[in-house]
Design a protein around this ligand. Structure first.
Ligand code: GTP
Ligand code: MG
Length: 205
């Protein structure tokens, strides 16, 4: 597939919030209670059709631990969308979402598309969710992004969150692609090719 048809999406958030688990559940239908911290970023691929074109999406899993901050920003480069993950049982991890979004905007540009996932919903309690909901709503209104409660353990809302992110990314890409097929955002032409597979790969971007 031509590089012009490949779009990069990054998964960001503090260490242990469930980034790797979300990807594993969504792509492999597997959840691991003993999931270890990510050291080497890896990606999963998904091919979608948009307006008659086949587009390959690469979802990059990154390390959330602070010692990897400097390395991680390399992986943001050229991304067109992001899934920002926090842990609903530790609300400080939501406050860090703002930090991740700011860094992302510095590296990629202000018009990055992102969706927020409040993960570990299976462990949440109603009181703390309702206490924090107004802060989440006002941040999402300011940033014009969507928020989903998710569970990598049960799979709750994962399809919805990924579908929302993919649709937002494709809408933005299509709106910046003129009728001749030239992508004004990337300055390159999108080409059509046939490929439908999902697989995990390791390596750099
Ligand atoms: P780093 O790679 O260190 O940045 O962490 P991460 O964000 O990738 O988190 P990871 O997927 O490794 O999950 C951390 C721990 O939380 C693991 O023990 C998972 O099993 C657990 N976990 C992840 N998501 C969920 C969830 O939705 N519910 C529950 N109950 N546990 C979860
Ligand atoms: Mg991880």
């Amino acid at each position: 597939m031509s590089d012009d048809n490949v779009l990069k999406i990054v998964i960001l958030g503090e260490g242990r919030v469930g980034k790797t688990s979300i990807l594993s559940k969504y792509f492999k239908k597997k959840f691991n209670e003993g999931q270890e911290s990510t050291v080497n970023p890896s990606f999963y691929e998904k091919t979608v059709n948009s307006k008659g074109k086949s587009i390959q999406l690469k979802f990059w899993d990154t390390a959330g631990q602070e010692q990897f901050d400097a390395i991680s920003t390399i992986y943001y480069q050229n991304s067109v969308g992001a899934l920002l993950v926090y842990d609903v049982t530790i609300f400080e991890t939501f406050k860090k979402v703002e930090k991740w979004v700011n860094t992302l905007k510095e590296v990629v540009g202000k018009d990055i598309t992102f969706v927020i996932a409040g993960n570990k919903f299976d462990l949440s309690d109603k009181n703390s969710l309702s206490q924090n909901s107004s802060a989440i709503d006002s941040y999402c209104a300011k940033e014009n992004c969507k928020h989903f409660y998710t569970s990598a353990k049960t799979g709750f809302n994962l399809d919805e969150a990924f579908e929302s992110l993919i649709n937002s990314v494709l809408t933005k890409i299509n709106s910046s692609t003129d009728s001749s097929g030239v992508n004004k955002r990337r300055g390159k032409k999108l080409e059509i090719s046939e490929q439908k597979k999902e697989k995990e790969k390791k390596g750099c971007c």
